[in-house]
Design a protein around this ligand. Structure first.
Ligand SMILES: Cc1cc2nc3c(=O)[nH]c(=O)nc-3n(C[C@H](O)[C@H](O)[C@H](O)COP(=O)(O)O)c2cc1C
Length: 175
């Protein structure tokens, strides 16, 4: 893939919040997670984990914990990407908290792009009550949920969102 193809590939991804009832196969889920494992991580500690959720009842509970976001019910699978603070803090102490959130975010980004490459759609969902999600998924203390990635097949063609001009992000030499 050359750089133009890469740009075209990433530009074509967008968040999808309406899914068909078609499922996501175990092979597709495996592929997505296999791709996430290739992500960089601080000190190569891979301080993230993922909970795969397909159970309708758990998805409904997650939707409630995410203030009623319905795509968490209609998506056939939710990948709950979490920190694993033990792996990072055992090496980096307090700094490991930040690293673990970064590791989980990068892993989730890879998952989102892997899903896109497989012709699937997704929506990164970050608005939820951490404590309630922790209870629903029986997360240990060292696992903070970072993202609930809804994955499935989009119901219809989705609208592209706009972006700020590139230059608004750039500061030269100093801010
Ligand atoms: C950290 C983060 C949190 C997000 N949380 C939500 C969310 O709770 N619900 C939602 O529908 N979309 C959520 N999104 C998706 C964004 O709304 C979306 O990425 C943004 O509007 C740009 O659109 P695009 O993904 O289609 O390019 C989140 C995205 C990120 C990166």
């Amino acid at each position: 893939m050359n750089s133009s193809e890469f740009y075209e590939f990433i530009s074509k991804r967008s968040s999808v919040r309406e899914f068909t009832s078609a499922g996501v196969s175990d092979e597709e889920i495996e592929f997505i997670i296999k791709c996430a494992v290739t992500a960089p991580s601080a000190g190569n500690r891979e301080s993230w984990d993922v909970v795969i959720v397909t159970d309708e009842g758990i998805k409904e509970d997650l939707s409630d914990a995410a203030f009623g976001q319905e795509h968490l019910i209609s998506a056939p699978v939710i990948l709950a990407v979490c920190t694993n603070y033990v792996r990072s803090m055992s090496q980096y102490g307090e700094r490991g908290i930040l690293y673990s959130m970064e590791d989980a975010s990068i892993a989730c980004t890879y998952m989102m792009l892997a899903a896109h490459s497989a012709g699937l759609h997704s929506c990164w969902t970050g608005a939820f009550d951490d404590e309630t999600v922790g209870e629903i998924l029986d997360l240990p203390q060292h696992a903070r949920p970072v993202a609930l990635l809804a994955v499935g097949r989009g119901r219809e063609s989705h609208q592209k969102t706009g972006r700020m001009p590139v230059l608004e992000h750039i500061h030269n030499e100093t801010w």
